[in-house]
Design a protein around this ligand. Structure first.
Ligand SMILES: C[S@@+](CC[C@H](N)C(=O)[O-])C[C@H]1O[C@@H](n2cnc3c(N)ncnc32)[C@H](O)[C@@H]1O
Length: 213
């Protein structure tokens, strides 16, 4: 499915977030990446979050299991080490990285808890994690959000080239844990000082934490 989305992925991102995804990526790396860090961007897709980490002076590995997504990433930069692999079985030793980022990726992973434990394994003690993910807002925005996800996104899926693959999106967001539950899962996976903030009225959340020492 991700191979099929790859040619349209960046354009769909800009369209569906009105360009705000760039800002969320900058904030994510601003919170957890420091110059000189060795950083893993897991589920890197076409590479925009990895490139934001690179722009902060980090030494970056981008990992994804979709070769077509990685082709797009490779076309953007040769400075990132783009690697084909599964987030559930990372091809790296324990405590390899200073920071790990995942942008709109953990929602798609088959076994979320195993994935979080795997991210923890490759982080050095005290290393930082940043997870940017779509979430379900509460309150005043909730009805607009349902309209967007349940009506507009499927419509875009029908009219845009390659958009049919986007019909997975509403269901994947609905079954993903809310921000409080994701924070608890991060703590169970061995992260401490976990906190989260919401963007765009609660449609997207950024969770950050530290690998326990
Ligand atoms: C919605 S895209 C996000 C891409 C990028 N991180 C971003 O911020 O735009 C999700 C990506 O996760 C990848 N992915 C999903 N499950 C994976 C897994 N178990 N291992 C590696 N990559 C995975 C998909 O191939 C896809 O490129």
């Amino acid at each position: 499915m991700f191979d099929r989305i790859a040619p349209f992925y960046d354009a769909m991102n800009r369209l569906m977030t009105a360009g705000l995804d760039r800002r969320w990526r900058r904030i994510t790396v601003g919170e957890i990446v420091r110059p000189g860090d060795r950083v893993l961007d897991a589920c890197c897709g076409t590479g925009d979050l990895a490139l934001a980490a690179l722009a902060r002076g980090a030494d970056v590995v981008g990992l994804d299991f979709s070769e077509r997504m990685l082709d797009r990433a490779r076309a953007k930069s040769r400075e990132v080490e783009w690697t084909c692999g599964d987030m559930l079985a990372l091809p790296f030793g324990d405590e390899t990285f200073d920071a790990v980022t995942v942008g709109f990726g953990v929602r798609n992973v088959d076994d979320l808890e195993a994935g979080l434990r795997e991210l923890r394994r490759v982080l050095r003690p005290g290393g930082r994690i940043g997870i940017l993910e779509i979430t379900t807002p509460r309150g005043a925005l909730a009805p607009f959000y349902r309209l967007w996800f349940d009506r507009i996104v499927p419509l875009l899926g029908r009219v845009l080239p390659g958009g049919s693959a986007y019909t997975y999106l509403p269901a994947s967001v609905r079954r993903f844990p809310g921000p409080e539950a994701l924070a608890a899962l991060l703590e169970s996976a061995g992260f401490s000082t976990v906190r989260f903030r919401r963007f765009a009225g609660g449609i997207v959340a950024l969770h950050v934490g530290e690998a326990g020492r």
